[in-house]
Design a protein around this ligand. Structure first.
Ligand SMILES: NC(=O)c1ccc[n+]([C@@H]2O[C@H](COP(=O)([O-])OP(=O)(O)OC[C@H]3O[C@@H](n4cnc5c(N)ncnc54)[C@H](O)[C@@H]3O)[C@@H](O)[C@H]2O)c1
Length: 283
């Protein structure tokens, strides 16, 4: 099957990047958020991405931004997602919020539609348990920003069917993504490991061992990473990092995932990284 119309729930950091990615690859989407302000900002950001991302990545097509944006329906009414062929959910990393949305999606979407959970750490099996279709629920952990990253971690929940895996591979094939398929435990591979890095880097700053730029420089110059852990945390959003650590801590009951107090304080002060203009760095 070739997918044409995708439903995206949540128009924040991830939702808008994925919407742009779908446009670059010829698809249309219904973009749902609870806030009209967020949808307005998402629209402006997607237009900016359509105009400028092809300059950074020559494999992306040059599109007319006005034509492309007309392929997105922006709405605060989740019922308008009912004719989507596939759902990609990107709401905050909070279980109570995800639970409410998946119960709504189960009522609104056609029974054959697959639900892709773009979660950082929440168990895909747990999400599936509150839907009417556990075999059609799968994790798609997109990298940020989606349109510049060509690999996706796909997570097989306990009940995820082979057909659902094939469907998600077909959709990601349309987006030219490589897939690494893993099994479901909170944080999967990526975030179970990367959040320890980011959290410990915050402790290093809190303890006065090094400044953020020094921590990141060591990772880039000594280890050859493209980005350091604190730049990465700012890109993800410090609120999302803290929420993910809380989920890992609760899920594994392991103190190694306790959130660094400095990280928590920065979230309380609305220093969330790129999305608020200040985090470990100023933007
Ligand atoms: N930020 C990253 O780098 C990254 C990478 C991969 C996965 N993720 C995961 O993707 C998900 C979204 O993260 P994000 O960084 O885009 O978060 P975000 O806070 O930037 O955006 C979340 C959006 O969801 C909206 N929302 C809240 N409740 C909603 C509802 N009921 N219906 C529709 N929209 C709703 C919010 O208004 C907000 O615009 C999280 O689970 C996160 O862990 C994030």
């Amino acid at each position: 099957m070739e997918y044409k119309k995708i439903g995206i729930v949540g128009a924040g950091t991830m939702g808008r990047g994925i919407a742009a990615d779908l446009l670059f690859h010829g698809m249309s989407c219904i973009l749902v958020d609870i806030s009209n302000d967020v949808l307005e900002r998402a629209k402006a950001e997607i237009i900016r991405i359509i105009r400028f991302a092809p300059l950074a990545n020559a494999s992306l097509p040059k599109l007319n931004a006005e034509d492309a944006i007309s392929r997105i329906k922006f709405t605060t009414n989740i019922e308008e997602i009912s004719d989507a062929e596939f759902i990609i959910e990107n709401i905050p990393e909070k279980w109570d919020m995800k639970e409410t949305v998946y119960r709504e999606l189960s009522k609104v979407c056609k029974s054959e539609v697959n639900f892709a959970v773009n979660t950082s750490c929440i168990s895909v099996t747990k999400v599936a348990s509150v839907t009417d279709r556990p075999d059609k629920v799968i994790g798609i952990h997109f990298m940020n920003p989606s349109y510049l990253k060509n690999c996706v971690e796909v997570i097989r929940g306990y009940h995820t069917s082979e057909e659902c895996i094939d469907n998600v591979k077909a959709l990601l094939g349309q987006l030219n993504k490589d897939v690494v398929l893993v099994n479901d435990y909170p944080g999967f591979v990526t975030n179970r490991i990367s959040h320890l890095f980011m959290n410990e880097a915050a402790f290093v700053v809190q303890d006065g061992v090094a400044k953020p730029a020094e921590v990141d420089e060591i990772f880039k110059k000594c280890y050859g990473h493209k980005m350091g852990p604190l730049e990465t945390a700012d890109l993800i959003g410090l609120d999302t990092v803290a929420n993910s650590l809380d989920i890992l801590y609760e899920s594994y009951q392991d103190p190694k995932f306790r959130c660094c107090p400095l990280l928590r304080k920065m979230v309380d002060a609305n220093l969330l990284g790129r999305k608020t203009g200040k985090g470990f760095y100023q933007y």
